[in-house]
Design a protein around this ligand. Structure first.
Ligand SMILES: Cc1ncc(COP(=O)(O)O)c(C=O)c1O
Length: 365
């Protein structure tokens, strides 16, 4: 049996609808940021109780959020074990990334670590819902942000449809960013969403994503981060499938939960308040070498999905001249080096998940 890499899933009946709507776009000649993008935004906003503004990627969404932060403060806190793009968005807006460590043996922000990094110059704290898991202490972090007048940013790129205490990822913070890259839980081929709690900032996103235009003048230091109508159509039909995709992933996760007995792997623990979308199924490694585990799985025709993340953000080579490159964040370093993510996407079949569990138990008892 073969268990391949992560792929998007577009149902045949959806692709027929998508193609017929794309023809309407060509007939109408409104090719970008038109009624189909608006329909996508409306559907997203309704489902997740947010005000969604579509852009051309999750990275663009993050850059716009950084542009919206108050200009009198320059530090943005972010976890050490996140993606390069979070720090890049901060630096590109002439702000300063300040990394915080996570808890011991887990992926989640430590409130103590966050508190120790906050200064009078902190503009925002970013929390990243890695693998689709919303940190259990998100409401404590929110309360702390409110008490200090600091903005809370959710990088919800992995977390469309994830909930905590029945509240959706992306609807908790002052700002949130989503990604619809093809490996994500739902896709628009490429695309992203920015959400802002403050209505006036949300209106500013309209300008920022469209060259900074207000009317015919460039009033803001904007970008071209518009979403095309074709992407808006795909995104809309994928939202309709989100609940189905999450239910599927949760059923695969249940198989891994029940059938993997290997003492080499420790599965992710989370409270019953959490409803993860299982964008990833991460496990920490108890002493085993990740490269060897991955190689062995590959020999058995099982492709593990990418880690979240294998190299801490602050240690990416592009940052070698930044002061933070020489810091140490022990827990994040450990988790980055010592976890794997089991096969998980919208296509994997029950028999494939059982095969993965069986082989892991056999090879890594
Ligand atoms: C945590 C996280 N944030 C942001 C992004 C950026 O999204 P995009 O690839 O759509 O630019 C990604 C993409 O992989 C991500 O994983």
């Amino acid at each position: 049996m073969k268990v391949g890499s992560t792929r998007a899933k577009i149902f045949k009946e959806d692709s027929e609808l998508i193609l017929s709507e794309m023809e309407k776009v060509f007939e109408s000649k409104i090719l970008t940021q038109g009624p189909f993008v608006e329909r996508f935004e409306k559907e997203f906003s309704k489902k997740f109780s947010v005000t969604a503004k579509a852009v051309n990627s999750g990275s663009s969404a993050l850059e716009i959020i950084m542009n919206l932060l108050p200009s009198n403060k320059e530090e943005v806190l972010l976890p050490a074990n996140t993606i390069y793009l979070d720090a890049a968005a901060i630096l590109k807006n002439s702000l300063r990334p300040v990394f915080y460590d996570v808890g011991e043996n887990d992926f989640f922000p430590s409130l103590e670590q966050i508190k120790s990094k906050v200064t009078d110059n902190t503009a925002a704290i970013m929390v990243v819902h890695l693998g689709g898991f919303i940190p259990e202490n998100i409401f404590e972090i929110k309360e702390f942000c409110e008490s200090k007048g600091i903005a809370l940013i959710e990088d919800a790129a992995h977390a469309a449809g994830s909930k905590i205490k029945d509240i959706f990822a992306g609807s908790i913070g002052d700002f949130s960013a989503f990604s619809f890259f093809p490996t994500k839980i739902i896709t628009s081929c490429e695309g992203g969403i920015v959400c802002c709690k403050d209505e006036s900032l949300s209106e500013k996103v309209d300008s920022l994503r469209n060259q900074g235009l207000v009317g015919e003048k460039n009033e803001n230091f904007g970008y071209n981060y518009r979403m095309s109508e074709l992407h808006g159509i795909v995104g809309y039909h994928q939202i309709k499938r989100l609940d189905e995709f999450i239910a599927h992933r949760q059923s695969i996760a249940k198989i891994y939960d029940a059938e993997i007995k290997s003492s080499t792997l420790t599965k992710m623990e989370f409270s019953s308040d959490c409803f993860p979308n299982f964008y990833k199924y991460p496990c920490t490694l108890n002493g085993a070498n990740r490269m060897q585990v991955k190689e062995k799985m590959k020999e058995l025709d099982i492709v593990l999905t990418g880690e979240v993340y294998s190299v801490p953000c602050y240690k990416q080579p592009v940052f070698k001249d930044q002061e933070f490159y020489n810091e140490t964040h022990g827990n994040a370093d450990w988790i980055c080096a010592n976890h794997i993510c089991l096969p998980m996407d919208n296509n994997i079949e029950v028999e494939q998940a059982k095969y993965v569990a069986e082989k892991i138990n056999e090879v890594f008892p």
